[in-house]
Design a protein around this ligand. Structure first.
Ligand code: PA5
Length: 443
């Protein structure tokens, strides 16, 4: 089970201050559980893990098996919550040199998360002549980035493989009724999955949105779900035994003490995209009404040689949350060297991970001395089971913390601002008035 250590926030906010929040945290948990919080029509994620059945997982695995047997590559088209969870888990579980060593299944590629012409051009060039499938993921079914990529990929897939095969290797994950992705899936007869109405994008990794791409990549979705199920129980416990509740309380105490930026740090490069997923989860859920902790991230020790200076001595408005993996999957010892020209014989015979752990400990002490509160989240191993735990842990903590902040965790009204301007600039039908207004502003 995840171990949470908040003792290193004590020099900045006392344990009493954090514990004093337990009653408010309990209220927050109750308002989630009883559906009385703002955005209460989006609470489906709360009991998602325990509601997942073996039949549902078998269906996902069967679809994944079809894509794995039919395709050399599978492109996952989606953005935000329709992309980051799958990307995060796949990166965390894959070989660091996957693109060189290959895998025993199709290459998993991502699109629809940007509008880079070079990106899409290079992707479609790579796919030329290949047997590829597409998982088109969009809850609204109308997101421009994803729809653009899907239009290109659908056409290419049909041209290269014929319409009948394309129908077998294109899968849609979208709303039950609404949106262009649903209309297209129904018309073409694609295999499709429904994103439940009451689960928002950034809380959807344990729906087909995350589970199907992860299964196509060959990873163990049974264990991922099992980890989330176990954490669902733990994160429902009273404050003293509930790491998600304690993490939320520590964050809130730090925020009210002026620590407005949280830096999620890892010491395993494979966790880079877990941080990207976490940033979206917390950033889009909290950042509204002029409130919210700004979620940032670093990969360590890499970024100690770039952001380390800022963290050590910059403005003291930050705190750090470290994800630490107790046991690496591999064992590698530093060799001894007769000449010892690099002076590293004092490390001979030690595991690389021992050095990494000492870097982590040394950094924690230095940062705390430098005025940076430290929260530590330890997981035993970087495997599907522990990632399942970590995902649900963060979701629950996010839900609780948003109640403490007094914001609706489950909407994202601010995301519309750029879309409105972009559509006005592009002259989208229906935006005539906005087009006129924006052109006048730009004169
Ligand atoms: O968390 C969210 O709701 C968003 O980040 C969405 O996931 C993102 O905007 C993509 O939306 P959609 O799935 O409708 O294409």
């Amino acid at each position: 089970m995840i171990k949470l250590d908040i003792t290193k926030v004590a020099p900045f906010v006392s344990a009493e201050t954090v514990n004093a929040l337990s009653a408010r945290v309990a209220e927050a948990q109750k308002s989630l559980e009883q559906g009385t919080c703002p955005g209460n029509d989006f609470l489906g994620w709360l009991h998602l893990p325990s509601g997942i059945t073996p039949e549902f997982l078998a269906d996902i695995k069967a679809t994944a098996a079809t894509l794995r047997s039919e395709c050399d590559a599978v492109v996952v088209a989606g953005i935000g919550g329709s992309y980051l969870g799958a990307k995060a888990v796949i990166e965390a579980l894959s070989n660091s040199f996957q693109w060189l060593v290959g895998s025993n299944g199709p290459a998993i590629l991502f699109a629809g998360n940007n509008i880079g012409e070079d990106y899409l051009s290079e992707l479609t060039t790579y796919l030329k002549g290949k047997k590829f499938g597409v998982i088109n993921i969009s809850k609204s079914g109308t997101t421009t980035e994803t729809a653009l990529a899907f239009r290109l990929l659908k056409k290419q897939c049909e041209e290269q493989m014929g319409k009948d095969v394309a129908r077998k290797v294109i899968v849609a994950i979208t709303d039950a009724k609404r949106g262009a992705a649903r209309t297209c899936a129904d018309k073409e007869g694609y295999k499709s999955y429904v994103i439940p109405d009451n689960v928002g994008g950034r809380f959807s990794v344990l729906t087909p949105v995350g589970l199907l791409p992860i299964a196509v990549a060959g990873f163990d979705i049974d264990q991922l779900v099992k980890g989330a199920q176990d954490m669902e129980k733990t994160a429902a416990a009273p404050f003293a035994e509930n790491p998600a509740a304690q993490y939320a309380a520590a964050r809130y105490a730090l925020y009210t003490a002026g620590k407005k930026i949280e830096i999620l740090a890892n010491y395993q490069p494979k966790l880079h995209f877990i941080a990207e997923w976490w940033k979206q989860l917390f950033g889009e859920s909290e950042g509204k009404d002029g409130k919210g902790i700004y979620p940032a991230s670093v990969d360590l020790t890499t970024d100690l040689h770039s952001m380390g200076q800022w963290i050590q001595e910059g403005e003291r408005t930050i705190f750090e949350t470290v994800i630490s993996v107790e046991q690496p999957e591999h064992k590698l010892l530093f060799p001894s060297d007769d000449e010892n020209l690099d002076g590293l014989n004092f490390l001979a015979g030690k595991r690389v991970d021992e050095v990494n752990k000492m870097a982590e400990l040394g950094t924690q002490l230095a940062h705390v001395d430098g005025g940076v509160p430290n929260i530590r989240i330890a997981i035993d191993r970087l495997d599907a089971y522990h990632l399942g735990q970590l995902i649900y842990f963060f979701e629950k903590a996010c839900g609780i913390h948003c109640q403490l902040l007094g914001v609706n965790a489950f909407n994202q009204p601010g995301v519309e601002a750029y879309k409105k301007n972009m559509f006005a600039l592009l002259g989208k039908p229906g935006y005539e008035k906005e087009t006129e207004a924006i052109k006048a502003r730009l004169k």
